[in-house]
Design a binder for this molecule. Sequence first.
Ligand code: GTP
Length: 604
Amino acid sequence: FPCELIRNFSVIAHIDHGKSTLSDRLLELTGTITKREKGVNAQVLDKLKVERERGITVKAQTASMIHSHEGRKYLLNLIDTPGHVDFAWEVSRSLAACQGALLLVDATQGVQAQSISVFHVARERGLTIIPVLNKIDLPASQPEVIAAQIQSTFGIDPADIIQISAKTGKGVDKVLEAILTRIPPPNASAEKPLRAFLFDSSYDRYRGVVSLVSVLDGVLRKGDKIVSSHTRKKYEILDLGLMHPEEESTSSLQPGQVGFIACNMKESSEAHIGDTLHHAGASVEPMPGFRPAKAMVYAGIFPVDSNDFVKLEESIKRLVLTDRSVEVTRESSSALGQGCRLGFLGTLHMDVFRQRLEDEYNANVIITAPTVPYKIVYRDKTVTVSNPTDFPDTVDSGSRVKEVQEPVVKASIIVPQEYLGDMMDLCFSHRGEDMDHRFLDSAGASSRVMLTCTLPLSEVVTDFFDKLKSRSSGFASFDYEDAGYKASNLNKMVFLLNGKPVDALALIVHRSAEQEVGRTWVKKLHKVIPRQIFEVPIQAAIGKRIVARETLSAYRADVTAGLYGGHYERKLKHLNNQKESKKRMKRVGNVDLPQEAFYSILKT
Ligand code: GTP
């Protein structure tokens, strides 16, 4: 395939707007898969079990198609992008391998938060954007209204919008034609030295790491010796070929082509998304803007049965081989025993990982409350802390800490006008600042608004998204981008049982939320801790300051049960004895918090 017959493109869309359905339709229309195959695996491009269950794309899947048009055969490379904010970085990388993008918008829902964020990424990369309105088969669709919205939001001429139903197939042929006529071919040269752009990787138990590359220049052949621009490590190409849609080996990948390579890479951490590969001995300019994936949410993960640690660690290690963006270190807790501390790109990423661990490895786990990475600024140095245990006990004027900074994001929420007030309240109560809004449609009852504000990431990673959905009756869509660090009034809250801190429950809390968080957690603990033979104070403390307290009353064995009649003094004596021994126990008493208690506290 000479370059002019190659098209590299992506489908970009908000979650559920029909990206996978359209991708499948394109594969069918070009004969890459048949309808029967499709029946077996409802959506070929969505492979993971969690993805099918949640109906979202987690791992990008890429496929090549061959399409005949006016007597010529074209090679179309569809580069799939993940559809969630946690993976914004991967979206951006996948788009670097494309010249065009189909911007898919649901004609019943209209432009949503991620439609806007992905549009901007695509435009910044200079891609040709083909606007597509999907689901026009639905009676609730409003193609004209949404087309006007697309025009006012993106400055796109409504005449360029293609109306389709990915479900029935209506109009999909026009999309195929637009890919050929509107998207420019890659500008790659066989004469120049090899530059292959690595944009995705997966792990195969037998062959190790399998990477997806886009050949920007030159030719990549089986047996070639290649070098990573990022690590300078050397590899040999053992196998390569097209994704059609399964791997199909070829002898080479030509300039402008997209395909898989297997070389002797042992660990997925060696395959850096955004890396440029070149021939050994040659020197080339790597693709700019390389940045390793950065974990933004950390949590400890412990086995419910502490004897299972070895098994759990083994399972985590195996799973991490397939997902290079998860950071792993060991962690031990006096309450929960041996465990691992994991770093994730976001909370969805964390949930997906936990679910995969449970599904694929049968692991029964306890996950501690998520924490974001904080910066502790001392007079002479700055330390990043991603575990509450490492956070200084007090951050007051007397301590060595100058200030604490937390990561913040720029959030955008798109919502029907009538929910604007609720959404502003929600943002305020989550410490939102610099709030602003603008209308997306010209006035009308169904007019929608985009609300933007700065939010601490720690507020976003808890239950913000669930609240957003429930308080907008499911209508709000949400997206965010990194906005650096900001100084903040934060402290470590620890929980004391009978005066002893439970390390696994420590939290970082903002001054304004201390009372509420303290009370809520103390109540939760009170509910799940079994009564002891002595009285147990349950306290939330910040440094030496107690902010909340509950008392778990003692379980009193009835020592007088066997005494009938009027032996009042004997009864009293027994009760007093019991009191005395309880006092003793209280002094030395250690409250054992059963793992199940942790499980139920941390699950909610
Ligand atoms: P993510 O993978 O989460 O990004 O979602 P997606 O954009 O890939 O959406 P998907 O293709 O899974 O479609 C979401 C839902 O919309 C599914 O239930 C589809 O069956 C449905 N759907 C997609 N296209 C159409 C369409 O043209 N008409 C109708 N009626 N339903 C559609």
